[in-house]
Design a protein around this ligand. Structure first.
Ligand code: NAP
Length: 395
């Protein structure tokens, strides 16, 4: 199914553009900022959890974005009322001055005006908060685990399964809300899924053993204590193996009317934390419906361009999957920023004596595996006419 056919919206129709029923913001300063930004012609967006590791990546990636403009930032009560500059420890290069002076709001839909909301919230609160925003008519692009496996919530890596966005109609009907929740995967699931997607689409993956080496930025900020991780490997990341084991089959699943049928793929995962700043490296051994050799696998991987709906969108890399042929690549330090952090780098494709094939994949956890993936999902939704205030085909 072509993602361009997702949904049944009429071309040129603008959804949810009115702001007349929005509750008044409590922050005059922030409201003025919102109004000024909206005048720029870009669509105002809010970042929930803006002070954390993923939230900061959102702030960096949205700087100068051609479609979206950061109008509001929100986080916990600990940060609310402070300027963004005061509320967080910035880790993403130069701090964007216009965002630095925004006053941090609470994650309350009566406080946040934007109807496009990027959520980098901690999972302890994301479930209820994201629901409240969707009920209030916002389209929520979530990075948290809470709603990923809900049958009516799309779990999307745009190049892999943008067609799953078609279940949003069923979500709205079932939940009785005008907003929406769209999730992206756990960062390690993302790395493995992009590497497996072309092979699964061609050969039908049935079993995979996946061992991850995950960067410290994946644990958020302040995250893992330096005394625990420096010079060490921690062979445990709470809940991570379970997420990898269930999320990949959903993303590689097929759309059946208004629901997703999970791929018949069994995954065994080992998750390790390693002293790397950014970039999750993933070793994968995989068995297919029939034996698959390295040469035919490399051919398929090299040719894969991902879903056509992504082509030309600002966050879409020229090549979503970059195949390396050197025996010692990919490496986090050298390769993590390939495609502005949005590409997945695959190497060491070789025969496996137990399964059929083994390979190594790497991607940037806070960009491809979180904020960048969410922004690309939003760009696709905009192209499909699924964003408030954006006409289908406008992008
Ligand atoms: P983080 O650095 O710990 O940031 C968490 C954010 O949530 C902060 O902005 C924090 O605000 C906010 N928050 C915490 N408690 C809150 C509350 N009660 N009410 C409102 N806001 C609250 O975590 P992170 O690494 O950025 O991860 C954010 C989400 O993305 C998590 O769900 C995580 O699992 C997911 N994720 C992370 C990665 C990654 O590579 N890091 C990748 C994929 C997905 P304060 O600063 O005010 O406390």
């Amino acid at each position: 199914m072509s993602a361009r056919r997702i949904g049944s919206r009429k071309k040129g129709r603008v959804k949810g553009g009115s702001t007349s029923k929005r509750p008044k913001s409590k922050s005059t300063k922030a409201t003025k900022a919102t109004t000024a930004r909206a005048r720029s012609g870009r669509v105002p967006v809010a970042v929930l959890g803006a002070t954390g590791a993923v939230g900061q990546t959102f702030i960096r990636l949205l700087q100068g974005h051609p479609f979206f403009e950061i109008a509001e930032v929100a986080a916990s009560e600990r940060s609310a009322g402070k300027t963004y500059r005061e509320a967080m420890h910035w880790h993403e290069g130069p701090l964007p001055e216009d965002v630095a002076d925004l006053v941090v709001k609470t994650c309350d839909p009566s406080e946040v005006e934007a109807k496009i909301v990027f959520s980098a919230l901690d999972a302890s609160v994301a479930g209820d908060v994201e629901k409240a925003f969707a009920e209030a008519g916002a389209v929520v692009l979530s990075n948290a685990r809470n709603h990923r496996m809900d049958p009516d919530v799309p779990l999307v890596i745009a190049e892999v399964n943008a067609d799953h966005l078609a279940i949003l109609d069923a979500q709205r009907k079932k939940r009785g809300w005008t907003g929406a929740i769209v999730t992206n995967a756990n960062c390690a699931s993302t790395t493995a899924t992009v590497a497996l997607a072309p092979l699964h689409q061609e050969f039908g993956a049935r079993e995979a053993v996946i061992a991850t080496m995950q960067a410290v930025s994946g644990a958020g900020y302040p995250g893992v204590a330096s005394l625990d991780i420096l010079g060490s490997v921690i062979p445990y990341i709470g809940g991570e193996e379970e997420k990898i084991e269930r999320e990949i089959a959903k993303m590689l699943g097929t759309l059946n009317g208004r629901s997703v049928v999970h791929a018949p793929l069994t995954v065994s995962a080992h998750a390790n934390r390693v002293p790397v700043e950014h970039g999750h490296t993933t070793c994968i051994s995989v068995r297919f419906e029939r034996p698959v050799g390295p040469d035919e696998a490399k051919e398929v991987l090299a040719a894969w361009k991902g879903h056509e709906i992504c082509r030309g969108l600002p966050s879409s890399p020229d090549q979503p999957l970059v195949l390396r042929h050197e025996p010692d690549r990919p490496q986090a330090r050298k390769d993590v920023d390939t495609g502005r952090g949005m590409a997945t780098i695959v190497g060491r494709v070789r025969a496996d004596p137990l399964m059929h094939l083994r390979l190594v994949a790497l991607s940037h956890n806070t960009v491809r595996g979180a904020a960048g993936g969410s922004i690309l999902n939003a760009e696709v939704l905009g192209r499909l006419g699924e964003l408030p205030g954006v006409a289908e085909g406008a992008w």
